[in-house]
Ligand binder design. Sequence first.
Ligand code: C2G
Length: 130
Amino acid sequence: MKRVITYGTFDLIHHGHINILRRAKEYGDYLIVGLSTDEFNEIKGKKAYYPYEERKQILEAIQYVDEVIPETHWGQKKEDINDHKIDVFVMGSDWEGKFDNLAQLCEVVYLPRTEGISTSKIKADLKVRI
Ligand code: C2G
C-alpha cells in the first residue's frame, strides 16, 4: 500500500484542485490531504470562504481522497510523513523546490499547476459580476 500526502487550503474547490488530487492519487493507493485549518490560513495570509469543517466535508466526498488531517503549522510535514508512513509527498508546481528537504524521508513530487483557475480568481470574478 503506497501512501501519498498533499497539503493545502482547498477553498471553493475547483478543477485545479481536482486535477492535483487525481494526479497525486496516481502515485499510490491511499491519499491523505493535510487541510489547512482556519487558524493556519491566517498565518498563511489566507481567508477561506468555507470554514475548515466544511472544506473537510467537501474533500472527503472526493473519490481520490482517503483521509483528511488538519494542517496547523508549516513544520508538521516531517512528523506527518513519519506518523502516516508516507511514501510520496505531492504539491503543485507553485511550490517547486520549497519542500525538497523532505526528500530524505519520502519521494517529493511537484506537479504542474492547472492554468487559468484559482480560488482568488473565482473570488475576483464573482466580485465583478455580481
Ligand atoms: N493547485 C493547482 N492548480 C491550481 C490551483 C491550485 O495545482 N490552479 C494546487 C496547488 O499547487 C496546491 C493545491 O492545489 O498543491 C492546493 O492549493 P491551495 O489550496 O491554494 O493550497 P496552498 O495555499 O498552496 O497551501 O503547506 C502547504 C500549503 O498548505 C499549501
